[in-house]
Design a protein around this ligand. Sequence first.
Ligand code: ATP
Ligand code: SKM
Ligand code: MG
Length: 174
Amino acid sequence: MSTGTRVFLVGFMGCGKTTTGQALARRLGWAFVDLDTQVEQVFGLSVRDIFAQHGEAAFREEEARQLVETTRLERVVVATGGGTFVPEANRVLVQRSGISVFLDVPWGEILRRLPNKWEERPLFRSPEQALELYRLRLPFYRLADFTVRPLFGEDAEALAGRIALLLRGLLCAT
Ligand SMILES: Nc1ncnc2c1ncn2[C@@H]1O[C@H](COP(=O)(O)OP(=O)(O)OP(=O)(O)O)[C@@H](O)[C@H]1O
Ligand SMILES: O=C(O)C1=C[C@@H](O)[C@@H](O)[C@H](O)C1
Ligand SMILES: [Mg+2]
């Protein structure tokens, strides 16, 4: 399987996977897929309502299924969900199918970005619980092929530009 035509952005809720992913896809002239949106479309419900009505396990099952679907596409940037890269099966699939990039946003900045958004993200129950989850997840995110830490004040467009530069070098080499 060619790994040069898919990019998977991974990282914690609020690190900018969706926003940066859209900007990156535009720059590369590639398609963009947001995994959370795909799952929402299958259920016809928001992430919050999927968790509430069907439970997290049902969400994770569909998330894994939608991840497989993305590996059938070429020239695509995938914004994963915050938990997608944690199960080993998902991680192995990503590592075999494309290039993974961890958006390594420090906790303080995540907190600044996500006030009042807790009810949309069922696993962001309180800052304390979310910090615990963030710490548990970091070792998994660090298994991504590349880690990119947004610079102070660097917006999603600028960050996408930096990732595009990194990828262009890699894509030329494959
Ligand atoms: N580089 C950036 N600088 C400042 N704000 C940003 C940046 N990237 C994204 N944001 C803002 O942070 C918030 C969260 O971004 P986004 O929804 O893209 O994160 P996400 O990683 O997709 O989160 P989730 O896992 O919950 O889907 C949004 O309000 C977005 O505008
Ligand atoms: O971190 C997580 O586990 C999640 C992040 C979001 O992107 C959604 O996939 C959902 O809210 C779960
Ligand atoms: Mg997102």
